[in-house]
Design a protein around this ligand. Structure first.
Ligand code: BGC
Length: 716
């Protein structure tokens, strides 16, 4: 214990003989001092993590032994962004594996509240520490380019500003708990199906304006200690040996000082990868061979890996560990604060729920309903979660675990049954459950009830994109039948992506609850009964059909294994709503959309242009209940390819009481008004008059004007 305290505080005696343990010095200086003490083997040992054969509870996803003689403890890495996720092999999870499950990152993004994303990051950072980890593989900043991507639920939507801001806040929350955070999957890992074979093609300027801008903003705001390079290729080169991405963009342009780790199984070479910017091979057993370790040592001894590069690689790891405080404050195993952590998860779930439809103010439900039919979605048992490496085993264990043999995976339901939460809100009512497997029985139950609540689910998982945008297992027919039996039908969606809703006009209300996590049932019931105001807004466009997408089909699905195939991101930076706007397509629901139980009036727009762009306006809650307004500022500006593209440049989330007016000033992020010009190596704003709109969704301006902007250039 004394030794641990000594290491943590860097006692005077210790810091005299081991000055790199002196917390008064900068991380860079401490890293250099420690490096100067290290042997070649010690440096090399920092550059690979193991993951196989790590048995027992609390096992890490990646482990680096550390250099105990220098007071630098082991690096223990764990997944991921939605809570502490322990790698599960064949065995059943034990209570040691359990953690509080946040809702999908897409849900947190739907809150449009960076403070909430920070709280979520801090919560999982603290759980990581208490479980003995000092690196969290959390901070997924990929843009949701395709609404069928199996990992969109781990991402923060389709817009670079929203995604970068929310991921950046989460990264900061993690680091503030002295845990190294990891921005991933760098970059363009925007398709899961055959992800290791995708060769992503896109114009570089368009990439800067889209996916890379999300990473750039997240990096600036969150200062991640690590960046994980992706499985796919970018312009014919694997992301983990792509010098342009790793060296030029990440290090030179963005000044990243932490370490680049590979995704698990994403390394394909030794010297090319090391020279391109890959610092650490992760989970070496996952690659086709061990590329770092012994082969890296040979490369070093033969002069193929210069001393300067080897030192820089080790230095990057050390700098990040010191900067996060992971050396000064080693993880302290302790029980989780389940109540406090669950409260964060519940808040994120609640604030991320999006009210999509509410005919005749069917919602919020009154407590006077005498008979409520709850149908489908295993609502009697729990709420759905997404699959893959981010899968959290919830506290108390999964409510339900359904094997998915085709994907060698399990579908896990978190034990927060909406049925119980609904019954708790309406103790006088008779609440009847039908599992939905018998459509006739479900419709009869709905007919007997004052109101029917249908839960519809769609499972998504890492490694696999959905074939289509439809709800599976006949749920569309179930919803139609229930709605035909009772027009007072409410649909609650638990999905990790947009879905089509052929029954939309038949039902009274729709809420998108995503994968709502450990307290999802409670959060859903709060919104249904109006104990919380719906504050969520869509972080993704909900298309009306796959034909509207840049790629109506997922490419490479039937490609024989091991054949690289091209995915041409021909839409460039016109991702999501920008594409819909440019092509004049009407989506099912637009980006930024979400209803409230009250309504708002917007007025008095004034804009200031010149060298910056500011917009001031007033928002009044002119309804009868408190509620959340999320005014969004959009500008239409020219992109690198010459097209005019709509962009979200700022937003604010406000809670207003009935009758309350607030004056809001939004300042545009300049890179979102600019275009990237690689010839001049930076961002450019051309002088001119730009259309500006305050809007309640990407296609719903409420105040509009134009503003003059001066010519401006910004560094890359
Ligand atoms: C995923 C990463 C994850 C890693 C370690 C990979 O399959 O893409 O997000 O952190 O595995 O489990």
């Amino acid at each position: 214990m004394l030794a641990a305290l000594g290491a943590a505080t860097g006692s005077a005696q210790q810091t005299h003989s081991r000055p790199w343990l002196n917390p008064e010095l900068s991380a860079a200086v401490r890293a250099a001092l420690a490096l100067a003490q290290m042997t070649t083997d010690e440096k090399l040992s920092l550059l690979r993590s193991a993951s196989a054969n790590l048995a027992g509870p609390k096992r890490p996803t990646g482990l680096v032994q550390g250099i105990e003689r220098l007071g630098i403890g082991p690096i223990r890495e764990t997944n991921a962004g939605l809570g502490i996720a322990i790698p599960l092999e064949e065995d059943a999870p034990t209570s040691e594996d359990e953690a509080v499950a946040l809702p999908a990152a897409l849900a947190t993004a739907a809150s449009w509240d960076p403070e909430l994303a920070y709280a979520a990051g801090a919560m999982i950072g603290e759980e990581a520490r208490r479980k003995g980890f000092n690196v969290l593989l959390a901070g997924a900043a990929n843009l949701a380019r395709d609404p069928r991507n199996g990992r969109n639920f781990e991402y923060s939507g389709e817009d670079p500003l929203l995604s970068g801001t929310m991921v950046g806040a989460a990264l900061r929350g993690i680091a503030d708990r002295h845990v190294v955070s990891t921005m991933k999957h760098f970059a363009l890992n925007d398709q899961e199906t055959n992800r290791t074979l995708v060769d992503a093609r896109i114009d570089r300027d368009a990439l800067r304006e889209s996916d890379l801008l999300a990473f750039e903003i997240a990096n600036e705001r969150g200062h991640p200690g690590a960046v994980m390079c992706a499985y796919n290729l970018v312009e014919g080169v694997h992301a983990c040996e792509n010098r342009w991405l790793l060296d030029r963009v990440l290090r030179r342009d963005w000044g990243f000082r932490g370490w680049v780790m590979s995704d698990w199984g994403a390394v394909h070479s030794t010297v090319p990868a090391a020279l391109a910017g890959l610092d650490q091979e992760s989970g070496v057993e996952w690659d086709s061979q061990v590329f770092y370790g012994a082969p890296l040592k040979v490369a070093f001894e033969q002069g193929a890996l210069p001393t300067g590069r080897l030192d820089a690689m080790a230095l990057h790891v050390l700098t990040a560990l010191f900067a996060a405080g992971a050396v000064d404050h080693p993880p302290q195993p302790a029980p989780l604060d389940i109540d406090a952590d669950s409260a964060v998860a519940e808040r994120a779930a609640r604030e991320g729920i999006v009210l999509l439809r509410n005919e005749g103010n069917l919602l919020p439900l009154t407590r006077s309903a005498r008979r409520i039919a709850v149908i489908g979605g295993h609502a009697d048992t729990g709420v759905m979660s997404g699959g893959g490496s981010s899968q959290v085993i919830p506290i108390g264990g999964p409510a339900l675990r359904v094997p998915i043999p085709a994907q060698a995976a399990w579908m896990v339901f978190d034990p927060s049954p909406p049925l119980r939460a609904i019954a708790g809100k309406a103790p006088e009512a008779q609440v009847e459950y039908a599992d939905g497997s018998n459509v006739t029985a479900a419709a009869e139950s709905a007919q007997r009830a004052d109101v029917a609540v249908v839960f519809a689910t769609k499972w998504e998982a890492e490694g696999h994109d959905s074939d289509d945008l439809s709800l599976p297992h006949g749920q569309d027919a179930l919803i139609s039948a229930v709605a035909a039996a009772n027009p007072r039908t409410i649909v609650v969606l638990e999905t990790g992506n947009p879905v089509l809703m052929p029954w939309r006009d038949q039902v009274g209300a729709i809420i998108e609850a995503w994968y709502p996590g450990s307290r999802g049932g409670e959060a859903i019931a709060d919104i249904l009964f109006g104990d919380a105001e719906p504050g969520g807004r869509l972080p993704m466009t909900f298309p009306a059909s796959p034909a509207q997408l840049p790629r109506p089909e997922i490419l490479g699905r039937d490609n024989p294994w091991k054949h690289v195939f091209l995915v041409d991101y021909r839409e460039g930076s016109a991702v999501g709503y920008r594409w819909f706007d440019a092509r004049k397509l009407t989506p099912l629901y637009p980006f930024g959309f979400g209803l409230s139980y009250t309504h708002f009036r917007y007025a008095d727009l004034r804009v200031e242009g010149g060298n910056g762009l500011g917009a001031t306006f007033s928002v009044t809650n002119d309804g009868g209940r408190p509620g959340f307004a999320v005014p969004q500022l959009y500008v239409r500006a020219v992109a690198a390819d010459g097209s005019m593209l709509q962009r979200l440049v700022a937003w604010r989330k406000l809670r207003l009481n009935p009758g309350e007016t607030r004056t809001v000033t939004l300042t545009a992020e300049p890179r979102l008004v600019a275009y990237f010009d690689s010839e001049r190596d930076g961002w450019r704003i051309d002088p001119g008059r730009y259309p500006v709109a305050v809007a309640t969704a990407a296609d719903s301006p409420v105040l509009q004007t134009t503003v003059w902007l001066n010519a401006r250039t910004l560094p890359p």
